[in-house]
Every structure is written in C-alpha cells, then in structure tokens.
Ligand binder design. Structure first.
Ligand code: OGA
Ligand code: MN
Length: 289
C-alpha cells in the first residue's frame, strides 16, 4: 500500500490496496492515514455493496440516511448519489447532493465521523467534488473572528436546506414526517477533533442561524474556508472510493451535464457529539488582549 499527499495541507491518494480483503495491519495504516490527511482516495476498488458496508463498519456504527427512498434496496446503509431513475421516472438517488459547502449529517446530534463515497459511474466532464481543510482554516483565523467563533453556536436543520434545494425542481419535497424526523440541533462553531485533539471550524450548509455572534459570521466563514489555499478539487476516476473526515473538512459537489450518468454509493459512519475542549477555549480566550 502506498500513500501520497495530493493537496497542500490535506488529501492523499492510496494505491495498491484492496479494501475488500484487508488485514488488521493494513486497516491500522489506513486509519492513521485518514486522520493524518483528512481525506483519502483509494484507487481502483472493486466492491460489492456488502464489501463497501463491511469496510465502512470497521470505523464505527453506520448511519442510515433519513431520506429512505434514496437508500439501496436491501442495504439501507448505502445512500445513492445518482442520476439514475426508476422505470416510472422517480429518481433513484439524490442527483444534486451537496452542491454547497457542508459536512455530512451536521443536522444530527451525533453527526457523521466520515463518509465513504464510491464511484460506480462517472460523467466525462464535471461532477468533481471539492474539499476544504477546516483545521488549517481555523489555525489561520484572524483574532477577532476566532473569538467570535469560539463563543458562537450554530443551529443546523436538515428540512430547511432540503426545502431550499427542492425549489429548483430536481428533488421531491419532504413529507411532514420526514421534516419532523430531524429537529434543529445546536453545535459549537469550533470543535475539537476527538482523535487528534486539533480544533477545526464547524459550520456548513445545514446551518440556519447562529447564536452569540453576528449573523454575518456565517457568510464570512464560507468565504474564508473557500480560499484556494484550503481547497482541493477531486477529479473522479471510475472506481475511486473517497473517504473524508467530516470533523475536519467540508465538501462541495459540482454540476455535470444532465445527459450524463453519475452513479455513486455512499456509506456514513456515525461520530461523536461535537464539543470544544474547555482548556483550549480558556487558553485561546485568555491570549486575546
Ligand atoms: C455526499 C456528497 C458530493 C458529490 O455524498 O455526501 O455531498 O460530489 N456528495 O457527489
Ligand atoms: Mn455530502
């Protein structure tokens, strides 16, 4: 197995590994690489849905996506991010998933640790996925913004975002039951990584409002993290499996021609309730004159 950094501060490529047949030593190396690089792309994988699920579940319990009709039949741990349609025209998956900066399932009390997105069909052009390093972006924060973010809490709400996206017409509207399933949750805007101890900005497209800070902070954060020095744009190859750390990076899908097919399978590993280390907070705030 070979690991090679592709981005400036994060994102690595892993080659010469078969995720369907992985011994404990190789798994430990992968776990380490994931924490070190934040995002890893495994090239040339041949995985059945069962093998994809089995590999993902080695990192922790899996989270089933709340929009059940887009999960694979018989294997609801797999969400389809896909342009495919059923014979009657209904979409099989979410074709336009995540075309804005976000971190997966941040609208849950215990959001995703990581997501594993596997390319089963890709378009000839477009459909890249961008990632940004929220740890590096946090480290570089100007003092005033750091202080605001340390005190702020963001309210995340799935149904609000879904309603906004479905206005465009590609997605069905949510039923009342689907809307009510995920009530708004509050998270800190800087969170401590539970494994590395590093602080990272935590925000994204499911945020509907913020508490204890000016509302403009949200758009400021979105511009700050999208600076080219924090961003890596992944151009997919067929049979790539990209595994990102939702506690460290945000991601952003990009469009592709409607005439082309893009078919991805995603599993999601559940993470911890985001928290901000109190000692870090006290130290940071006291060093602010
Ligand atoms: C996702 C997602 C981006 C993409 O699967 O969580 O945001 O490029 N996908 O498909
Ligand atoms: Mn996503």
């Amino acid at each position: 197995m070979k690991v090679r950094r592709l981005g400036q501060t994060f994102f690595a490529e892993v080659i010469d590994v078969d995720l369907a047949h992985l011994d404990d030593r190789a798994f430990a190396e992968i776990k380490k690489a994931h924490l070190e690089h934040g995002v890893v792309v495994f090239r040339d994988q041949e995985l059945t849905p069962e093998q994809h699920i089995a590999f993902s579940a080695r990192f922790g319990p899996l989270q089933v996506h709340p929009m059940m009709q887009f999960n694979l039949e018989g294997a609801p741990q797999i969400l389809m991010v896909s342009s495919d349609r059923h014979p009657d025209g209904r979409p099989k998956g979410i074709a336009d998933a995540g075309r804005y900066w976000h971190t997966d399932m941040s609208y849950m009390p215990e959001p995703a640790l990581g997501s594993l997105l596997y390319a089963r069909a890709i378009p000839d052009e477009g459909g890249d996925t961008m990632f940004c390093d929220m740890t590096a972006a946090c480290r570089d924060l100007p003092r005033e913004k750091r202080e605001q973010l340390l005190n702020a809490r963001a309210v995340h709400h799935f149904a609000s975002r879904w309603a906004r996206e479905s206005k465009g017409g590609m997605r069905p509207q949510q039923t009342k039951e689907e809307q009510d399933r995920n009530p708004p949750v509050e998270h800190p805007m800087i969170r401590t990584h539970p494994d590395t101890g590093e602080p990272a900005i935590y925000a994204g497209g499911f945020v509907v409002s913020i508490k204890n800070a000016p509302e403009e902070l949200l758009s400021w954060v979105n511009e700050w993290v999208a600076q080219p020095k924090y961003v890596y744009r992944h151009k997919w190859r067929l049979h790539d499996l990209v595994f990102w750390d939702n506690r460290r990076v945000m991601h952003h899908a990009t469009p592709y021609p409607e005439t082309q097919r893009r078919h991805m399978h995603r599993t999601t590993v559940k993470g911890n309730a985001p928290y901000l280390d109190r000692q870090y907070l006290a130290r940071e705030l006291s060093s602010t004159p």
